[in-house]
Design a protein around this ligand. Structure first.
Ligand code: PLP
Length: 416
């Protein structure tokens, strides 16, 4: 007789009220109304566990790392390297040598552009997409200006998706790097990055994925994605500002020159020359954001405690509800309607300027982002000056979505 298959215990649905109590900032009122914070793609709020980890680090362990032999230095180094190991596990990198701490996704991309970019020559090409945040456009544009390389662009569609029809034509023998966004901050589109990685790797071209909007919302596994670089920011995934991560495949990082130089990234220095440190320290010159790394480690613990699968499921429910609710608003069009989306709702309302709308919503206690969302080329393609964007996190509620809809109706009355 065969044994019955073992059942994995199901994790119960999230207790949203309990989760909201973990975030002290959500307990306040704004303009006399309970705060409905719907600007999570810009930055997410921090659970008490993260705030306390940073505070405890400064109260109990603060010292410089990797240098002194005293007890506090030991503890600070262990906390910083412990955070690196948590991040490694979180993204399933093969080794902590592949996890470089940066100030954020922007600095991580600039690091690759400055270091990997040194191998570019006139006639070479870098391929980005029309959906990119400025952080994944400008560093490459500047690199092209310095080297005579050309920036090429994967086109987008009116639904806010990548148009991959000519992908194999865009990736060619001149391409040196493909750098694309995993999840769009404007539309929420989850891009088919596996397909892009496969097409680039068929020509042995490395791929950078901008995961700033991916890591807070669903499990990310850099080994199964197969990318060569992956970048993200701590502050968008419930961690502190000023800390982020560059994941780089070890064999590739080994071939790259340092980004910045100074203390900690060296092994020996004399006036005749300098021998650089091993990975990942070679890319972390100077005293890093130790407290930020500790806070990011606590954010990873928090996210894993709640469970990324449950977070993703909860946010998909909010997205479905929010999409339906917004579609009922007269004159409103959702911008970005890809079938695979994170919980980002960008929209325009007839005869209403997003900036005015943002101010009126704020007076109703509803925080959204308005404008071009640091993605001017995507806005230009759609012929829009900007949109209003509600970006949801698992701690948001259906009632908050209702309040957004009510506040929009009120804004129509005022502006209409
Ligand atoms: N990439 C994407 C898709 C983003 O949404 C952002 C920020 O909004 C960035 C990069 C830049 O992140 P940071 O400002 O944290 O460096």
């Amino acid at each position: 007789m065969t044994a019955a298959p073992e059942r994995r215990p199901e994790r119960p649905a999230l207790d949203i009220e309990a989760i909201r109590r973990d975030f002290p900032i959500l307990q306040q009122q704004v303009h006399g109304q309970p705060l409905a914070y719907l600007d999570n793609a810009a930055t997410s709020q921090k659970p008490a566990a993260v705030i306390e980890a940073v505070s405890r680090y400064y109260r109990e362990d603060n010292a410089n790392i990797h240098r002194a032999v005293h007890t506090l230095a030991d503890r600070a180094t262990a906390a910083y390297e412990g955070a690196r190991e948590k991040v490694r596990r979180f993204i399933n990198a093969g080794s902590s040598r592949e996890v470089v701490f940066t100030r954020g996704a922007t600095e991580a991309i600039n690091l690759v552009a400055a270091s990997f970019g040194q191998r570019l020559r006139e006639g070479d090409e870098i391929l980005v997409s029309h959906l990119e945040h400025h952080a994944n456009i400008v560093p490459w544009q500047q690199l092209c200006e310095r080297t005579g390389a050309t920036l090429r662009v994967i086109p987008m569609t009116a639904t806010g998706e990548l148009d991959l029809a000519d992908l194999d034509g865009l990736i060619n023998e001149r391409t040196r790097l493909v750098s694309v966004v995993h999840v769009s901050n404007v539309f929420g589109t989850i891009n088919p990055v596996e397909r892009i990685v496969e097409a680039a790797h068929a020509r042995e071209i490395p791929v950078l994925l901008d995961g700033a909007q991916a890591t807070p919302h669903a499990p990310v596994d850099v080994q199964s994605l197969g990318c060569d670089f992956y970048v993200f920011s701590g502050h968008k995934m419930y961690g502190p500002t000023g800390i982020g991560v560059l994941y780089g495949r070890e064999a590739l990082l080994e071939t790259m020159p340092p980004y910045q130089t100074g203390g900690d990234m060296i092994r020996t220095v004399s006036f005749e020359g300098t021998e650089f440190n091993e990975l990942p320290f070679r890319f972390e010159a100077g005293t890093p954001n130790i407290a930020g790394a500790v806070g990011l480690g606590a954010a990873v613990d928090y996210l894993e405690g709640v469970g990324l699968e449950r977070i993703a499921a909860r946010e998909q429910e909010l997205l479905a509800y929010g999409t339906q609710a917004l579609e009922s608003v007269e004159g409103l069009s959702i911008v970005g309607t890809a079938p695979r989306k994170a919980a980002v709702l960008s929209f325009v309302v007839e005869d209403m300027h997003p900036g005015d709308m943002g101010t009126i919503l704020d007076h109703q206690g509803v925080a959204v982002r308005t404008g071009h969302h640091c993605a001017m080329p995507a806005m230009q393609f759609l012929g829009l000056p900007g949109t209003t964007r509600a970006s949801l996190a698992f701690y948001n509620t259906f009632e908050e979505v209702d309040r957004l809809v009510k506040a929009l109706a009120f804004a129509r009355e005022v502006l209409g």
